[in-house]
Ligand binder design. Structure first.
Ligand code: AMP
Length: 351
């Protein structure tokens, strides 16, 4: 152990805050780089550096004081990161980030590994949407290739009128059109890989989204052991292929016993928050251990648990439940759709 080392995190949101807390438990220093002085991670970091994510000079100065650089979100300027690469270990790698930043690249990459995704099409102009709709004659989701999260940047097209309403006379940023699938369930695998190629996976959790935003994750899921195993094997294939270091979240749709990967996130993931209270280790501890070359811990689940996101509010009717652990992110302003905290509700054995 080298507790005097410093971890730099790009981003200061709730994921950075929970990573920083896990790192502090191991004695590491945490420096946060973020444009917002009042960000959640400021509550627990050793040092805050204020700056924009494309400010090369400021970023170079930031990494001079850190031993390992990690990140809590995908939308970081790749060019800026490439300049930092000779100066500091970036974990997970830029390659993983590059793939996951762009939905078209991401799905093409997954298909190249033989992993199923929903059918998708490249959209560069509004006329591409019109032509595709006439050809397919079915509903589709238009998603921006970049910068989309929590259902943002997505438009459901059911009729030609929808296309006119949403896109006519508007400048279109590069998008994909995705076949709309009526899935039976959504699940995710939280996986961690270290530099030596050791891999641990948490049990797949079952997710419910509303308006594109994660609302709950439930463990155990109602999925068969065979399907859980298949999902885990798919996640392993991805991290192995990337030579990945750190935690990754892999989101799936399940439809008629077939698994489709919807998204990969090269970071700790909202659907892994249950691990803080339902497992022998949390995804945050595992990420810090993987990027700092410490042995990985057991990912075994010890309790049945439901994670509830607090969306647009910091209150919950679970506050008086003595088995509910509440995490408030400390965001200064709440607004509809904003993740303000989460609650892990543990189920007592035998109840
Ligand atoms: P995404 O931003 O791609 O992760 O999408 C957020 C949520 O929207 C997913 O978790 C699903 O609940 C829903 N969704 C996304 N893509 C599709 C699709 N092709 N068909 C049906 N539902 C979808």
């Amino acid at each position: 152990m080298s507790p005097n080392k410093t971890i730099g995190i790009l981003g200061g949101g709730q994921l950075a805050k929970m990573l920083a807390a896990a790192a502090a438990d191991l004695g590491f220093n945490i420096n946060i780089y973020c444009p917002d002085r009042d960000c959640p991670a400021a509550q627990v970091a050793n040092k805050m550096v204020l700056g924009n994510y494309d400010d090369d000079k400021n970023l170079v100065a930031f990494v001079k004081n850190v031993d390992v650089l990690t990140y809590e979100f995908e939308n970081i300027d790749i060019k800026a990161l490439e300049e930092l690469e000779p100066l500091v270990d970036i974990r997970p790698s830029i390659k993983a980030l590059k793939i996951s930043q762009d939905r078209y690249t991401e799905k093409s990459y997954l298909n190249s590994l033989g992993i199923k995704t929903t059918q998708f099409y490249r959209i560069d102009e509004v006329s591409d949407i019109e032509k595709l709709f006439i050809k397919l004659k079915k509903s589709m989701l238009i998603k921006t290739r970049r910068l989309g999260y929590d259902g943002k940047g997505q438009v459901l097209i059911k009729t030609q009128v929808d296309i006119k309403e949403h896109f006519l006379r508007k400048k279109l940023s590069p998008c994909i059109a995705e076949e709309l699938i009526t899935f039976d369930r959504e699940l995710s695998v939280i996986i961690v890989r270290d530099k030596e190629g050791n891999i641990k996976t948490f049990e797949p959790g079952e997710n419910v989204h509303e308006h594109g935003i994660l609302v709950t994750t439930t463990l155990p899921s109602s999925m068969s052991e065979a399907l859980k195993n298949d999902a885990t094997m798919i996640a392993k294939k991805i991290v192995d292929d990337l030579g990945y270091i750190g935690v990754m979240g892999v989101e799936f749709f399940l439809k008629e016993h077939e698994l489709y990967v919807n998204e990969i996130a090269p970071r700790v993931h909202n659907s892994g928050h249950w691990t803080m209270d339902g497992s022998y280790s949390s995804q945050f501890q595992q990420h810090i251990r993987a990027i700092m070359d410490l042995p990985l811990l057991s990912t075994e689940r010890h309790s049945d648990i439901v994670m509830y996101n607090l969306i647009g509010k910091v209150t919950s009717n679970l506050v008086n439940n003595e088995l509910a652990k509440i995490y408030i992110y400390g965001k200064k302003h709440s607004r509809p759709g904003r993740k303000m905290g989460h609650v892990n509700l543990i189920k007592k054995k035998g109840s």
